[in-house]
Design a protein around this ligand. Structure first.
Ligand SMILES: *Cc1c(COP(=O)(O)O)cnc(C)c1O
Length: 232
């Protein structure tokens, strides 16, 4: 067995146990294999193990890799996105996790309309208020959702957050719980066309805690593919 398949067995087991602990079904949680910087054979390995949802944070990498894998593969854009690159993603990715400004939302609307598709998006929220991170503040998120809900070719499926890097996953529980509560609050506000069901939260260091707090997408990179080398 390869390292990647061993890792997937391990991650799968931990996802199952987190679901059991929190009274959830395994199929409520989708594992997004975060394949940024990793070569196509690594993705093909994960695919052979039955995992066909990949997360990337650069438009160029999605453009390079997607033609080399079966069309049935699901791609998620999880990284910061510039409006001028949206046109390359429509029709290729299932979902954009990083919508956090009006200009980006309007460009997604424009490109989706051009292709006559509805684009599923998540709003990125900076729960911990970290300076280094993109995303809306929790306070401004409801008004932002209300603004972009009017765009007919955008479907707001939920919220995404990147929690702080930490050695202690328990310290991120407050942010995961906060994101779930924010989602519930926005749903309760009865904004026309808004019924969010997705929470994209939890990475290699903290996905079990995120599942316990209601994650429906966990984004795991290092835990599946190993450390990334940005210098190659
Ligand atoms: C890289 C990345 C991940 C995966 O991080 P790991 O710690 O390697 O699991 C998840 N989400 C986003 C947005 C990322 O950029």
């Amino acid at each position: 067995m390869s390292k990647i398949s061993d890792n997937l067995v391990y991650v799968e087991q931990r996802i199952r146990e987190a679901c059991e602990r929190s009274g959830r079904q395994r199929d409520e949680v989708t594992l997004i294999a975060v394949s940024k910087t990793k070569p196509v054979p690594d993705l093909a390995e994960a695919l052979r193990c039955g995992y066909d949802v990949f997360g990337e944070n650069k438009v160029q990498e999605i453009r390079d890799k997607s033609p080399m894998l079966p069309a049935s593969v699901h791609w998620h854009m999880i990284g910061h996105l510039q409006a001028n690159k949206v046109k390359y993603l429509i029709g290729t990715v299932d979902m954009i996790h990083s919508v956090d400004n009006q200009k980006l939302a309007e460009e997604i609307e424009k490109q989706a309309a051009k292709h006559d598709v509805i684009m599923d998006v998540l709003c990125e929220v900076n729960m911990a208020g970290e300076e280094s991170k993109f995303g809306l503040t929790p306070e401004e998120t409801p008004a932002f959702v209300r603004e972009i809900a009017a765009l007919p070719h955008l479907r707001i499926r939920g919220l995404m957050t990147i929690a702080p890097y930490t050695e202690d996953p328990e310290s991120n529980r407050v942010y995961f719980r906060g994101l779930r509560e924010l989602k519930e609050r926005i749903n309760a506000a009865g904004i026309p066309g808004v019924a969010m069901d997705i929470l994209s939260m939890g990475m290699t260091g903290d996905y079990e805690v995120a599942i316990e707090e209601g994650a429906t997408f966990v984004r795991v990179g290092t835990g599946i593919f190993g450390e990334r080398n940005y210098n190659i």
